[in-house]
Design a protein around this ligand. Structure first.
Ligand code: UD1
Length: 338
C-alpha cells in the first residue's frame, strides 16, 4: 500500500480525506498536534474504517519533530498538506502567527520531501485567491487578486512557493486544490466539523443555532449585488471534496512528466446565504431564527466555481447537493450533543 502523509489529518477536511484515501487503497498517516481539532476524530475514523490509522502528534512547523516522522515512516509516496490556520478574522489581528504556521509548515515539509525524495504533494488552497472575480463562474485562468486577508495571502504565498519548488526541481509533482466552501459531514455522522469556540463559518453557526447553542444567526448583509442581496457561495459537500484529493493524488502519481497544476473544487452552482437558511429549514424541518445584520468586512458578494478542469483532467465531479450536505451537517451536530 502506498503511504501518504496527511498533515492536519485530524481536522475537518483532513479527516474526511483520510477516510477516502484508506478506502481507495492508500495508507494514510496522520500528522497533527490537535491544536485545532479533537481526540474524538480518531474514534470516528476507527469506527468508519474498522481499524486504527497511524497518528504522529507533531507540530508541522517543527523541523526536528517532522524529521523524525519522515525518518520513521519511510517510503512515503506522497503528502497531502492540510495543516493550517483558517480563521480569516483572526488572521487580520495576528498575521505573523498565520505566516509562521501556514508558510512555515510548508517550508519544513518541502525541505524534508527533498531530503527523503518524496515527489508528490497535494496542497489545500482556497478560492480566496480570486477575490471578487470579474467573471462567474470563475475558472483557474482568472487572475489572482491581492488577498483580502493575511489568511488569503498565506494561501497565495504557499501556492507560489510550490510553483517555485517545482521549477527548481521538475521531478516534484504539485497539485494545488482551490476549495470553494466545504460544508457537511460524513454520512455516518462519526466525523465532521468541530469548531472551537464561536464558529466563523456559516454552516456550523447554523447547526449550533438550530440546536440552541446560539440564539440566532446573523445574515451578514442583504444589500449585496446578488439576486436576494445576501452573499452567494459555492457550497461543496466535504465528502465530494475529500474524493477529489484521492483523484488528484492518483493523477499526480500517474504523470510521466511531473507538473504543477491548479484545480478548482466546487460544484459550479452558487447558493445565497438566505437559500442556505431556507434549504436547512426544509431538510431538517426546524425553524432557524435569524436576523439581517451589516455586511462583514472582507466578504465578496458572489463567488462560484467553474469546476470543468477537474472533471476533464481528474475525472472528478461533485455529486452531492446542498440539501444532502445540510442534512449531514445537522446529523453530525446532533451526534455531538448526545
Ligand atoms: C472564508 C474564506 C475562504 C476560507 C474559509 C475558511 C474568503 C473570501 N473566503 O470563506 O477562503 O477557506 O473562510 O474559513 O476569504 N455568513 C453569515 N453569517 C455568519 C457566518 C457567515 O451571513 O454567521 C455568510 C458570510 O457573510 C458569507 C457566507 O456566509 O457570505 C459564507 O461565510 P463563511 O462560511 O465564513 O465562508 P467564506 O467567508 O465564504
Amino acid at each position: 500500500m502506498k503511504k501518504v502523509l496527511v498533515t492536519g489529518g485530524a481536522g475537518y477536511i483532513g479527516s474526511h480525506t483520510v477516510v477516502e484515501l484508506a478506502r481507495s487503497g492508500f495508507e494514510p498517516i496522520i500528522v497533527d498536534d490537535l491544536r485545532n481539532s479533537h481526540e474524538r476524530v480518531f474514534k470516528g475514523l476507527e469506527h468508519i474504517l474498522g481499524r486504527k490509522v497511524e497518528v504522529h502528534r507533531v507540530d508541522c512547523t517543527d523541523p526536528a519533530a517532522m524529521g523524525r516522522v519522515f525518518a520513521q515512516v519511510k517510503d512515503l509516496s506522497g503528502v497531502v498538506h492540510f495543516a493550517a490556520y483558517k480563521a480569516v478574522g483572526e488572521s487580520v489581528a495576528e498575521p505573523l502567527k498565520y505566516y509562521r504556521n501556514n508558510v512555515g509548515s510548508l517550508l519544513v515539509l518541502l525541505e524534508l520531501m527533498a531530503e527523503y525524495e518524496v515527489k508528490h504533494i497535494v496542497f489545500s488552497s482556497s478560492c480566496t485567491v480570486y477575490g471578487q472575480p470579474e467573471e462567474l463562474p470563475v475558472s483557474e485562468e482568472a487572475p489572482d487578486r491581492r488577498a483580502s486577508s493575511p489568511y488569503g495571502s498565506t494561501k497565495m504565498c504557499c501556492e507560489q512557493l510550490l510553483r517555485d519548488a517545482h521549477v527548481a526541481d521538475p521531478s516534484l509533482a504539485v497539485v494545488l486544490l482551490r476549495y470553494f466552501n466545504p460544508i457537511g459531514a460524513h454520512p455516518s455522522a462519526r466525523i465532521g466539523e468541530l469548531p472551537i469556540g464561536v464558529p466563523n463559518n456559516l454552516v456550523p453557526f447554523i447547526t449550533q443555532t438550530a440546536s440552541g447553542i446560539r440564539r440566532s444567526l446573523t445574515v451578514f448583509g442583504n444589500d449585496h449585488d446578488t439576486h436576494d442581496g445576501s452573499c452567494v457561495r459555492d457550497f461543496i459537500h466535504v465528502v465530494d471534496l475529500a474524493e477529489a484529493h484521492v483523484k488528484a493524488l492518483t493523477w499526480c502519481e500517474s504523470r510521466e512528466v511531473p507538473t504543477c497544476e491548479v484545480f478548482n473544487l466546487g460544484t459550479g452552482r452558487g447558493h445565497s446565504v438566505l437559500e442556505v437558511v431556507r434549504t436547512f429549514e426544509e431538510v431538517t424541518g426546524r425553524e432557524l431564527p435569524y436576523t439581517i445584520g451589516p455586511r462583514r468586512a472582507g466578504d465578496v458578494a458572489s463567488v462560484y466555481a467553474d469546476p470543468g478542469k477537474a472533471e476533464r483532467v481528474l475525472g472528478w465531479k461533485a455529486k452531492l447537493d446542498l440539501g444532502t450536505a445540510l442534512r449531514d451537517a445537522w446529523a453530525w451536530e446532533r451526534t455531538l450533543r448526545e
